[in-house]
Ligand binder design. Structure first.
Ligand SMILES: NC(=O)c1ccc[n+]([C@@H]2O[C@H](COP(=O)([O-])OP(=O)(O)OC[C@H]3O[C@@H](n4cnc5c(N)ncnc54)[C@H](OP(=O)(O)O)[C@@H]3O)[C@@H](O)[C@H]2O)c1
Length: 290
């Protein structure tokens, strides 16, 4: 039986993978490790994990994901998203493990107006995006056997994310102001988790860089409107421009990723972002701790 090791199992994606694995039996032995169990910046600890488990596949869900804080705490973001990934890539090359590394639409500058393909050259405009791009380059440099999966606007019933924030604010406020001039294709961590498990379990995970998002595109404003509508909440959503909501980190104006290559290569049936959102809002866990 082959072993798949998942790092960062306490995050949105890690918890989504864990939830699916609990539903049914799988062919591989999946080992889920949280930051407390295996910090990817601790090389000696990681080496012991690889020595002990000799994973055939490694899935990296761990990351420093606070885009705002990354602007100030630059070293911490780089250590996790850059050096931590370098550690994983190096050990995957030593142990001949296939690394599935999750990355982001924020590696792009958002200046295009048609979906970004895997051939487009990254040009991050904030520190988080830069550190994630460094992580990608460490993977490309150290490994031949890898999959970089770039996802966008992840949300789930767990941890902090845009959908949970909108619900929480809509319960306590009458009007929410949300930017309408940043366009992307959000995807739930549940859908990403399903795709990772489906392709790893069936041994069809393709090598190279892939974009995994839902179909359709939306602004944060339209996304917020759908969240409120599907939740049956009453708050009014007011569209604002990005310059009316100053943030430390600059955001790409257009970061839609083309999912065509992933669909063609893995035969995936990817749903529209509205259907994905609707399904996740129907999960009872979505309403815990809002
Ligand atoms: N969230 C988004 O909107 C978004 C968008 C595009 C791409 N992505 C990418 O998608 C992936 C999954 O994101 P997510 O939303 O699931 O992130 P998340 O909820 O923030 O989870 C990240 C996990 O990584 C863990 N972690 C942090 N530093 C670590 C370290 N040094 N060693 C081991 N684990 C560590 C965290 O531990 P703690 O539990 O201790 O915090 C947390 O459990 C990431 O690669 C992220 O860059 C996310």
């Amino acid at each position: 039986m082959r072993t798949v090791v998942v790092f960062g199992s306490g995050g949105q994606l890690g918890l989504s993978i864990s939830g699916i694995l609990h539903e049914t039996e799988f062919k591989s032995k999946w080992v889920l490790l949280s930051r407390q169990e295996a910090d990817i910046t601790d090389f000696d600890r990681l080496k012991k994990v690889f020595e002990e488990l000799k994973p055939e596949v490694v899935v990296n869900c761990s990351a420093y994901t606070n885009v705002e804080m990354a602007e100030e705490d630059r070293a911490s973001a780089f250590v996790v998203n850059g050096i931590g990934v370098k550690n994983l890539a190096f050990l995957c090359s030593v142990y001949s493990s296939h690394l599935v590394h999750v990355s982001t639409d924020y590696v792009f500058d958002g200046k295009k107006n048609v979906p970004y393909t895997e051939e487009d050259v990254p040009n991050p405009i904030n520190w988080y995006g830069y550190t994630k791009w460094c992580g990608e380059r460490f993977v490309l440099k150290n490994l031949e056997n890898f999959t970089i999966l770039r996802v966008s606007g992840l949300y789930s019933p767990w941890r902090k994310n845009f959908v949970k924030t909108m619900i929480r604010l809509a319960i306590s406020r009458k009007v929410l102001r949300v930017v309408y001039d940043q366009i992307h294709s959000p995807i739930s961590a549940l859908l990403v988790a399903k795709e990772i498990i489906r392709t790893v379990e069936n041994d069809i995970i393709p090598e190279g860089i892939y974009h995994l998002t839902t179909d359709g595109i939306t602004s944060w404003y339209d996304f917020a409107r759908k969240i409120i509508q599907f939740s049956g909440l009453k708050a009014e959503i007011e569209p604002i421009r990005t310059d009316e909501f100053p943030t430390k980190a600059q955001r790409p104006a257009y970061s839609v990723l083309s999912n065509r290559k992933w669909k063609e290569k893995t035969d995936a049936r990817i749903m529209h972002w509205e259907e994905d959102l609707y399904n996740v809002l129907r999960m009872p866990e979505m309403w815990d701790n809002v």
